[in-house]
Design a protein. Structure first.
Ligand code: BGC
Length: 818
């Protein structure tokens, strides 16, 4: 039987169907699965990921290491290192009692506008699949599962719960399912999460065809789970092959799955299949009574963990430009070093999602790390030069609770007007989320949550204040209501909460003590959230001071980029540009300084309109909490940047794949409009990217001397592609320092128009020496999906293989016959 078949076998049998273990198929609460005494299965905790382990209670006091984001890991082109990072996350999961981590995200940033692109590895299915599998391997080596997400075509955030990705079958198979297939084939994640969106008309968690590909074609043996609140219909999802509904308490699965089987709407073997997979997950994660807990392959000390994060951060940096070898900085020639830009003192580590991680231990900012690295003999002066582009938590602005303690006072009260405080605590955040029970009140009842923050202003000040939440929110300043915010539309509850959306009002706040209160009255619901934020209006333009400083300094390091709210879950961007204040800052600094080095702290492809006017551009992504020290080491030349772009950078928005196309009236996004995407779009459209996929400089130079294919191709089942194609590339280091180069291979099938990435190899070469890189080409890169007979085939004839140093480099052409 296929995973999605609907049968009435249960009716045919006289015996009552066996419903044992049905409870396992529904979640227990926000982050746990249900236990089953009869199956000997305990609850399993599933937590976000992928940038670190998120607090189960969404509490700012639960910290964990912030890892490099997907794009940063993508830029390392280093599966071993990515697996080490996975091990660190896995180990952190073990320490926090987690059974599976909700990551990695193997969707594809079809364009730089993809709101959640920072979580994704790259625009290429092979690179994404290889690095994703390495991450999964690392995590699972610790006895913690990976819940690889989101199957599939969840590449855009607009209307993500309802939108329909219309993808032609060959594109779906060769591009969007590919990373998942590679991860399943080589790392076998213990869970796969089905996406919210529809694919070709059917919601992924109810899509029998898609789940059939996983379970029947790929022989996937793990648990297929819904995205959070992503199930709408018990029978459709159960028959399609879904095994687990999350989060709990169960509404469509659990007992309802059993009832659907008893009623004959779902075949009994489908329930057995789900229960068997969930029980297997419990076995794998050590959550089955009488079973053994898997032994982690190797526990790392805290020091080793930080060292891995540091290496991953510095290896992720991509040097896009380095005119006159301005980097590494020649510290002997610098007396005054100007550091400029908001991200130097307040770096950005993550986008706006639920998966927000609070950093563990010390976090050294780029500014502090640069100061420490250059030592006392050199003057390092700082000016932010631009205000942060998104609103800040009240606690970042010096708020105190009414009793004078730094922080805000958080209170929970009953519904209505009564002032009976049921819970109160001083907290160090001003956005709060509760899945299920609200503290002091419990679950399933209406109530009120309130944030009170006091400020003392030396002078009257203009601020923009923002308030929002899952119910009606009001904002009061010194006892007067100044704003009422209606509750959000109910469709994407996770999105609403993840976006922490607010409505804002600009106000003149008087000199002296001011009390700001945000109160939110909520109805019973599965999740509640309240947010209070503020943006201070600058009195003087911070740009002038930064430009002054830049003009006086011997060299300027500008650190600009995104803020946490710049890229968000459940919302897409409208431009690839950085915020205007950052672009304005770089342009103004470049006018007055000769040695301008720009570090971009944004985890997506961005527009760099000022790149021609500066000496160096270093792309730093969201590189994890070791950003500062790793950056200082690279600027000072203790480490060389060796990252390569995992996404192509456009010259202008209009050149982005699919620019100008969006959802139609039926909320369908037609992928045809942006395909092929990434480097294939740029190379094929003749539009040229500004910096291409695979591109990156270092502190030395390389020359590709020779490339030959050595082939003993074995034709296998076409679904498995062609094994045994190897390219040997000779590269010489023509500079005067040791360096790491990444050799890449791109293949063009007979009769096709463009080249596709099929393999890579990184090598370290000493100055003046040459070395051979042996690139084993990806077998699956040699098959094509034939939509007319729904089968894989291997195009025969002469294939061209281009060995190159990035996607737009002509490199050396070889040919092989298949
Ligand atoms: C996201 C998932 C995430 C889940 C739990 C959903 O809204 O799409 O990626 O794992 O929430 O936080």
């Amino acid at each position: 039987m296929t995973a999605g078949a609907t049968t009435r076998e249960a009716e045919a049998s006289d015996a009552a169907p066996d419903l044992t273990g049905a409870e396992l198929t529904g979640g227990l609460n926000g982050w746990s699965t249900s236990a089953s005494a009869v199956m000997g299965v305990e609850e399993m905790v599933l937590l976000d990921g992928p940038l670190g382990i998120v607090s189960k209670a969404m509490d700012e006091r639960d910290t964990s290491l912030i890892m490099p984001s997907g794009t940063a890991l993508g830029a390392t082109w280093d599966p071993e290192l990515v697996s080490d990072v996975g091990q660190v996350i896995g180990q952190q999961g073990v320490e926090r009692g987690v059974s599976a981590i909700l990551g990695p995200n193997l969707n594809m940033p079809r364009s730089p506008l993809t709101g959640r692109g920072f979580e994704m590895f790259s625009e290429d299915p092979l690179l994404t699949g290889i690095l994703g599998a390495a991450w999964v391997d690392g995590v699972q080596s610790q006895g913690v599962g990976s819940c690889t997400k989101h199957v599939v075509a969840n590449d855009t955030e607009t209307e993500r719960r309802r939108m329909n990705s219309r993808v032609e079958p060959a594109t779906l198979r060769e591009t969007y399912l590919r990373p998942f297939e590679t991860a399943v084939r080589s790392a076998n994640p213990w869970m796969l999460m089905m996406a919210y969106n529809r694919v070709n008309g059917t919601h992924c968690s109810q899509n029998a065809e898609l789940i059939g590909v996983l379970k029947d074609e790929w022989k996937y043996d793990g648990v297929v789970v819904s995205d959070w609140y992503g199930v709408d219909d018990t029978v459709a999802a159960a028959n399609a092959g879904l095994d687990l509904e999350m989060p709990g308490p169960a509404t469509h699965f659990g007992a309802r799955f059993g009832e659907a089987v008893a009623a004959g709407d779902v075949a009994q073997p489908r329930l057995s299949d789900a229960v068997e997979r969930l029980t297997r997950l419990a076995d794998r994660t050590g959550r089955r009574s009488g079973g053994t807990s898997p032994a982690p392959s190797r526990l790392r000390s805290q020091h080793e963990q930080r060292a891995i994060l540091n290496k991953a951060a510095s290896r992720s940096f991509v040097l896009l430009k380095n005119k006159d070898d301005v980097l590494p900085l020649d510290l002997s020639g610098i007396r005054t070093l100007a550091v400029v830009g908001p991200n130097a003192s307040k770096p950005c580590f993550q986008g706006g999602t639920f998966a927000t991680v609070r950093p563990e231990g010390d976090v050294v900012s780029p500014l502090e790390a640069i100061r420490a690295a250059v030592g006392p003999g050199l003057e390092v002066l700082y000016e932010p030069g631009a205000a942060p582009s998104s609103a800040l938590p009240l606690t970042d602005l010096g708020s105190t609770a009414p009793d004078g303690t730094p922080g805000v006072l958080l209170e929970v009260l009953p519904a209505g007007e009564a002032e009976d405080v049921l819970y109160s605590e001083v907290r160090q955040a001003s956005a709060f989320v509760w899945f299920g029970p609200v503290p002091g009140l419990g679950a399933g009842v209406p109530g009120r949550a309130r944030i009170t923050a006091n400020f003392t202003f030396p002078n009257a000040t203009r601020w923009t204040l923002g308030a929002g939440g899952t119910g009606v929110s009001s904002l009061r300043v010194d006892g007067t209501e100044v704003l009422e915010v209606p509750p959000p539309a109910p469709d994407d509850v996770m999105g609403v909460v993840a976006r922490a959306e607010t409505q804002e009002i600009a106000l003149e706040l008087p000199q002296g003590k001011v009390e700001v209160v945000v109160e939110m009255a909520f109805q019973p619901g599965r999740v509640q959230a309240i947010t209070a934020v503020a943006t201070p209006e600058e009195e003087t333009d911070p740009l002038a001071a930064a430009v002054d400083l830049a003009a006086r300094a011997d060299a300027v390091v500008v650190v600009i980029g995104d803020q946490q709210g710049s890229s968000r879950e459940s919302a897409d961007r409208t431009t690839a540009a950085l915020d205007t204040a950052s672009d304005r800052l770089v342009a103004a600094v470049a006018e007055v300084a000769t040695e301008t080095i720009v570090v971009v702290n944004a985890s997506r492809a961005v527009l760099l309109p000022w790149a021609d006017n500066v000496k160096a551009v270093l792309m730093a992504w969201f590189p994890g909490q070791e950003f500062g020290p790793a950056l200082a080491a690279v600027l000072a030349g203790k480490e060389a940047p060796s990252g390569r772009l995992p996404v192509s950078f456009p010259w202008r928005d209009e050149d982005i794949p699919g620019w100008g196309t969006g959802l139609d009236a039926e909320l369908t996004l037609d992928y045809a409009a942006g395909e092929p995407m990434g480097y294939r779009h740029f190379e094929g459209s003749g539009r040229k990217s500004r910096y291409s996929f695979g591109y990156g400089l270092g502190y030395t130079t390389f020359e590709l001397v020779d490339a030959v294919t050595s082939t003993s191709p074995t034709r296998q089942d076409p679904a498995d592609g062609v094994d045994g194609i190897i390219v040997r590339a000779t590269v010489s280091n023509t500079g005067d320092t040791q360096g790491r180069d990444v050799l890449q291979a791109y293949a063009k099938a007979p009769g096709e128009a463009d080249f596709r990435f099929v393999g890579f190899k990184a090598i370290d070469i000493a100055p003046g020496e040459a070395a051979e890189a042996k690139i084993a080409l990806d077998p699956l890169g040699f098959r094509r999906w034939n939509s007319s007979n729904a089968e894989w085939s291997i195009p025969s004839g002469e294939w061209e293989i281009r060995v190159a140093r990035n996607a737009s480099d002509m490199g050396i052409l070889c040919r092989i016959a298949l």
